[in-house]
Design a protein around this ligand. Structure first.
Ligand SMILES: Cc1cc2nc3c(=O)[nH]c(=O)nc-3n(C[C@H](O)[C@H](O)[C@H](O)COP(=O)(O)O)c2cc1C
Length: 171
């Protein structure tokens, strides 16, 4: 078993591609296991003390549909003692009033179930009106925008992962 479980949902592939890049940055399959939420159930979260949650925002402020389907069932997971990092895909221009809302929705739910949020990310360099993913002036996790800032994705992932390696205790 690997150290980190990365659970992602995706509609058009952007969040899946980010998940793969994040896995590579951490050192590959021996460190991070990728799990598509379309095939996940609550018991799958149990083995991991370190989790990453990847979810794009869809339909104006909603979670991607596979996360939507799992949302109620998350209640069966004990997140106490787990460090949880979040990342998402969104469109800050097209959906400026709901940028990355899904991240905020999931973070609130999983925190209420005992998860410890790690990997917060600054809002500098983004331009949007409102987001449920902003808490105390920061995004609750890494915000990616393939529509408007695809050239920044790689460097954002590298910076975020290097910060998380320390938090997760991975060298
Ligand atoms: C109909 C539609 C609704 C969307 N709604 C939002 C939204 O409310 N907030 C946001 O940040 N992005 C929104 N997006 C942008 C997607 O999150 C973005 O395209 C993302 O990269 C998709 O990720 P995926 O390929 O992993 O599914 C929307 C896109 C479409 C086509």
């Amino acid at each position: 078993m690997t150290v980190i479980g990365l659970f992602f949902g995706t509609q058009t592939g952007n969040t899946a591609a980010a998940a793969e890049q994040i896995q590579q940055e951490f050192g590959g399959e021996s460190v991070v296991t990728l799990i598509d939420v379309a095939e996940a159930e609550p018991a799958d979260f149990k083995p991991y003390d370190c989790l990453m949650i990847g979810c794009p925002t869809w339909n104006i402020g909603e979670m991607q549909s596979d996360w939507e389907g799992l949302y109620d069932e998350l209640e069966a997971v004990n997140f106490a003692g787990k460090k949880v990092a979040y990342f998402g895909s969104g469109d800050q221009v097209g959906y400026a009033d709901n940028f990355q809302d899904a991240l905020g929705i999931l973070e609130e739910r999983i925190s209420a179930l005992g998860g410890q949020t790690v990997g917060q990310w600054p809002t500098d360099g983004y331009d949007f009106n409102a987001s449920k993913a902003v808490k105390n002036g920061k995004f609750v996790g890494l915000a990616l925008d393939e529509e408007n800032q695809p050239e920044l994705t790689e460097s954002r992932i590298k910076a975020w992962v290097s910060q998380l390696k320390l938090v997760f205790g991975i060298h």
